[in-house]
Every structure is written in C-alpha cells, then in structure tokens.
Ligand binder design. Structure first.
Ligand SMILES: Cc1cc2nc3c(=O)[nH]c(=O)nc-3n(C[C@H](O)[C@H](O)[C@H](O)COP(=O)(O)O)c2cc1C
Length: 363
C-alpha cells in the first residue's frame, strides 16, 4: 500500500523557487549551518552522509547537526549504504530525531566509496537501487528524498533510475548534473537535469555550479527545476541563498563588501573552534573554507596565495586584514574571478583519494 503523498516543508518565501544547501562532508555540520543561517538560510539543509554498514551507528557529530539545529529550517538526514537491512535499521534509529526526511546518496564519486558499491557506485545497478528504494519507502514514515548524479560512466541507466524515483514515490529529487566519472570539474549537463524534471513526478532540485543568484535563475530557466541546491558556492558566498530569494522576487540583491567577508571569516573561525583544537589545526581547517572564499576576493588570487601560507590565527587574520580591510567597501565578487581556483590540483584521482571531504576536494 503506497503511503499518502506528503508535502514538502514550505520555503522561507512562498511562491519562489526553493533553495537548499548541498550536503558536504566536513562542511555542513552544526557550526556551518548556523553561520549560513546568519547570512540568510537556505530553505532546506541536508546533513553530510551517515555511513551505513554492518557495524555502523549514526555518527554523533552528524546527529548534533540535527538535534541542535537552531536555524529554524528543516534538515534532511542523508544516508550512504547499500545493505537494505542496515539502511532500515538506521532509519529506525533516526526516527526519534527531528529530521525533515531521509535522503539517499546516489552520487558520491570517490573511488573508495563507489568501489564498495555505495553512493555513485549504485548508479551502475538499477536493480539494487529498486530494492533499496522499496525498503526505504516502506520504512520511512515521512519524506523520502534522493540525491543522484546522472550516471556512472554515462547516462544509459538514467531513465531506468528516474522511473524508480516515480515507482517508489520519492518526494524530492536532487540531481547533480554530472556523471560519477566527471567528478566535480566538468561542465554540468543541465539538459539532463531538464530531462529528469520532465520525467519524474516529484519536484527536482538542480545541482552543480550554481555560482550566483543570476546563475540560479538561468539554471532554473534551463531546467524547469523547482529549486536549486548549492554547495561550494555557499562556502564561498554564504549570502547566496538570500540573494537567490531577492533575485527570484525582483528585489535588489544584497551586495556584501570585503569588510563583510572579513566578518564572515571571523564568525566561521569562532563557530568552528573546539576546546583543545590546536591553533595550527584550526587554521588548516579554516584554509579549506577560505580556498573557496578567496575565489571572489581579488582577480589575481593574491589573498589565496597569502592565506595558504598563514601558520597561526594571528597570521591568518593579518592576511585577512591586509586583503579585506585595505578597501573595505569594495564589492565581494558575486562570481568567482576567472582562473582563480580553489586548488590547482583539486580532486585529481591519483590512487585512492578517499571520500568527499574538503581534504580531498581542495588538497
Ligand atoms: C567538500 C564536499 C563534500 C561533499 N560531501 C557530500 C556528501 O556528504 N553527500 C553528497 O550527496 N554530496 C556531497 N558532495 C557533493 C555536493 O553535495 C554537490 O553535489 C557538489 O559539490 C556539486 O554542487 P556545487 O557545484 O554547488 O558544489 C560534497 C561536495 C564537496 C565539495
């Protein structure tokens, strides 16, 4: 007996397309969610993935992002795994936590992950996906959502997978418009996202390189999606969700200055501090976020160059002051400056690069 159709939580501004913060391992934790909300929350949050296997228990730090979420916005719990029994057991364990729904990861491209046949690896096996979705649909009392790429090596299974989304009454589908093999850097195939929008009955969030409110509007026009899901560009520019809503409703956009960015960095630094975390490690953690922020500070990448050499909190903030407070009223570029990239050798698959962490994606 199929469950009755459930409605998605209302967005912050009814009548305009939805926005979501993309799940990002090591990023979309409680501190980052709170910082993002300070600058204008997305309509929806998704946790980084809970790993599901025989010995797994929901990770405490991810549970915190759910239990202590004070953003006022709903958070979906993302699972990555392939064993139906353990997935169902995990859904049961999450039932007592204030989640908006359960999201299944069908997209993680890290070889370490897909070799275990989870995440993006499952896109090779629609029959397994069918079994997983059937079990999850039966076990999840509320909303069931899926985040997927358009295929593993190519799009040959895409239609079959989209039909499973319909068959198992998935409530919301996020599509990252790349194959697993395309990792993070190729063009995004918005035409395939449009194809998904036309084929599935549930709302679709378009994901991949939504870099600004302008781009969000263009992607929505190109795909017909119900909303956008934004990852790396929300680390770079946490005002992006507010700017999207402003753009969607024809209002003037918030235009952060370099001084505002200096304040964002300090807020993030304070939010990510943990008792006992050595200064050097904290600074290293900050550099992973700042790799993205630096793309919009100056066209030559001078902030990025100097920031990467900071070894302490004092050095890091001296760099920030030099680059962000010399011309504090200068606009923080809404798009990354061309050629200023988060890291030159970003996620080159040399050997086994591990999972979807910032470590992997920006080192
Ligand atoms: C550091 C990092 C960690 C990620 N972790 C996850 C994850 O846990 N689950 C997931 O479904 N996708 C993960 N992704 C993929 C993003 O959710 C998103 O699909 C991808 O970054 C493309 O969107 P963007 O161009 O807006 O960043 C991760 C991406 C990054 C950059």
């Amino acid at each position: 007996m199929p469950p009755p159709t459930l409605s998605l939580p209302a967005g912050l501004q009814p009548g305009v397309p939805l926005t979501a913060l993309a799940p990002m391992q090591d990023v979309t934790d409680l501190p980052f969610m709170a910082v993002a909300a300070h600058y204008g929350a997305p309509d929806y949050y998704f946790t980084e993935f809970f790993r599901v296997h025989a010995q797994s228990r929901p990770e405490q730090h991810i549970l915190e992002a759910i239990d202590r979420n004070q953003t006022g916005r709903p958070v979906f719990a993302q699972l990555i795994g392939e064993d139906v029994g353990h997935l169902v057991r995990t859904v049961e364990a999450l039932r007592d936590h204030p989640i908006a729904g359960i999201d299944l990861n069908l997209g993680c491209p890290a070889p370490k992950v897909y070799r275990k046949n989870v995440g993006g690896g499952l896109l090779r096996e629609p029959a397994r996906v069918a079994g997983i979705l059937a079990a999850l649909r039966a076990a999840v009392p509320g909303l069931l959502t899926v985040k997927m790429r358009i295929g593993f090596e190519d799009t040959s299974n895409f239609d079959r997978l989209l039909d499973l989304i319909n068959e198992h009454q998935v409530d919301l589908l996020s599509v990252h418009g790349r194959t697993v093999k395309e990792m993070y850097r190729s063009e995004v195939h918005y035409d395939w996202i449009a194809h998904a929008v036309a084929r599935v009955r549930c709302p679709v969030l378009a994901n991949g390189n939504v870099s600004s409110a302008n781009r969000a509007a263009a992607v929505l026009a190109a795909t017909g999606a119900a909303g956008v899901m934004i990852g790396r560009h929300a680390i770079r520019n946490p005002w992006i969700f507010r700017q999207c809503r402003e753009h969607f409703s024809g209002r003037p956009l918030t235009r952060p200055t370099l001084a505002d960015v200096r304040e964002y960095i300090e807020r993030l630094f304070r939010a990510t501090h943990r008792p006992g975390l050595p200064d050097r490690l904290h600074v290293n953690k900050m550099k992973k976020y700042l790799n993205f922020v630096g793309q919009s500070v100056d066209p030559a990448g001078a902030f990025l160059h100097d920031m990467r050499r900071a070894g302490s909190e004092a050095e890091l903030f001296a760099v920030c002051d030099r680059h962000l407070l010399a011309e504090p009223t200068r606009e923080f570029s809404p798009e990354p400056y061309p050629g200023v990239i988060a890291r030159p050798n970003c996620e080159t698959p040399s050997g086994d690069p591990g999972e979807c962490s910032l470590e992997v994606i920006t080192s």
